[in-house]
Design a protein around this ligand. Structure first.
Ligand code: ARG
Length: 473
């Protein structure tokens, strides 16, 4: 087994027992951080040169060695011979390979640094340059899929549901824009790594900082992000810098909210795709057959979007649980953070890609939706509002319409517009001939006028605003 660079300092440990070596290792999942680890090391080394702790020659060697290692891993991936489980993690594998290549220059790299500030830095860089960017790159495809679908089918009149019971008529686009908004709010939660803005762990060392003259601002500037300039070093704490995982929690919380939105949408469309509803038809590409029942077209992709939400919430719970029991310095529990961050991220990326593909290819079945539209008294609320325009107090009109709904049922007509004017007047004298312009779902969706309504005017306004947003993106 390879000798860990610090192993002479202790008497036993993972070196002696392969079970312990495997148990303590995070290499399986933190390999993914090699580029961030190398970038952080270069920044640290440049800072060490600036404060006179290494020479120009050392820095040149360190940079050469790290860049060779990066190219080797780029090419060989998992097969890179430097991955050695007994070295525990990405940090030690890269450092050991560097020392092999550069000798004493490589041995100086870890001056004033601990894996505790190193891993926090690597994760911060991953979140900023991979995690946030990866999620943001998926915003446009999913949003434009909803907007394009709304453009195509948005004016179809459909029922809306509360308690999954028929409520009021809306247009298809009104509902599609609601999904877009829900997703947008979830995306906003991770639109910028705001938690990172005043957080810069590199230079915190193991816990207490260093007695060497490290210039933390310089390392932060070496990492080249504008917000490092805002760093308020006087309020920094080396203890807290290595001990918190707020950035991971914020990120996975945002991912959980995206999953929540996607899962609700998936559930709704699973229902709409049933034979009983038949509102939508999913493209064959995104359904699967049954191994036994030849006729089946199951919405498995939507079900998996719904199902994977559990995994994402699980990651959030795991992170919270991991953090709640540990003392304020670094504890090895924190090593598990990356497993959960990556698992949640990968799941949400897959779900967003799949969701965009499904939205792009789904058909709304206008005839089918229309066929059932007159069931369920969707226009009852509109009739109550009509009576308000005739001066009837709303609570009273609510009662009158309740009576009219009962009457239509008793007369076996089941639609308010099938009642005659005289029959309606029998219940409420304020009703006049113009009532028929307020009845029937098609009339109702044209009447909504409050901002954000799910009828024609509200949908058109929302669609225009989403198009503008997408056009400007
Ligand atoms: N692989 C470890 C992690 O991800 C690195 C830090 C180890 N630090 C230590 N003091 N053992 O958290």
């Amino acid at each position: 087994m390879s000798q860990k660079p610090w192993e002479h300092a202790k008497s036993s440990g993972s070196e002696g027992d392969p079970l312990a070596a495997r148990f303590v290792s995070s290499l399986d999942y933190d390999k993914r951080l090699y580029k961030h680890d190398i970038a952080g090391s270069i920044a640290h080394a440049r800072m060490l040169l600036k404060v006179g702790l290494i020479t120009d020659g050392d820095l040149a060697e360190i940079e050469r060695g790290l860049s060779e290692i990066e190219s080797e891993i780029d090419e060989q991936g998992d097969a890179w011979p430097g991955w050695k489980v007994e070295l525990e993690d990405v940090h030690m594998c890269v450092e050991a390979a560097l020392i092999e290549k550069t000798g004493d220059a490589g041995r100086k790299l870890h001056t004033g640094r601990s894996r505790n500030d190193q891993v926090a830095t690597d994760l911060m860089l991953w979140l900023e340059y991979d995690g946030y960017v990866g999620i943001q790159s998926r915003w446009e495809p999913i949003m434009s899929a909803f907007v394009d679908l709304a453009d195509k089918y948005g004016h179809i009149v459909m029922p809306s549901y509360t308690h999954l019971q028929r409520a009021q008529p809306i247009v298809v686009g009104g509902e599609l824009m609601a999904w877009a908004l829900m997703l947008q709010r979830a995306f906003n939660r991770i639109s910028s790594p705001y938690q990172l803005r005043d957080f810069f762990p590199l230079g915190s060392g193991a816990i207490a900082g260093s007695s060497l003259p490290l210039d933390r601002r310089h390392s932060s500037q070496e990492l080249g992000s504008p917000y490092w300039d805002q760093l308020t070093l006087n309020s920094e704490s080396s203890i807290e810098g290595t001990a918190n995982r707020d950035m991971a929690l914020d990120f996975v919380w945002g991912l959980s909210m995206i999953s929540t939105a996607l899962s609700r949408w998936a559930e709704q469309w699973i229902i709409y795709a049933t034979t009983e509803f038949g509102f939508i038809t999913l493209d064959n590409l995104y359904t699967t057959g049954s191994s036994m029942m030849p006729q089946k077209q199951n919405p498995d992709m939507l079900e998996l979007i719904r199902g994977k939400t559990g995994q994402v919430y699980g990651s959030l719970m795991a992170l919270l649980t991991m953090c709640k029991g540990i003392t304020i310095g670094y504890n090895r529990d924190l090593q598990e953070d990356k497993r959960h961050v990556f698992a949640a991220y990968d799941a949400v990326c897959d779900c967003l890609d799949m969701a965009a593909a499904i939205v792009r290819t789904t058909t709304f079945n206008e005839e089918r939706i229309k066929a059932g539209l007159n069931r369920g008294y969707l226009d009852a609320t509109s009739l109550a509002e009509y009576l308000v325009t005739k001066g009837v107090p709303f609570r009273t009109s609510h009662q009158h319409v309740g009576a009219l709904v009962r009457l239509a049922g008793e007369l076996d007509r089941h639609e308010l517009k099938k009642l005659t004017l005289d029959e309606m007047k029998g219940v409420c004298d304020a009703i006049e001939e113009d009532v028929y312009d307020w009845l029937g779902p098609e009339n109702v969706v044209k009447r909504y006028q409050s901002a954000g309504n799910a009828g024609v005017s509200g949908f058109e306004a929302q669609l225009a605003s989403w198009k503008e947003r997408l056009g400007n993106s």
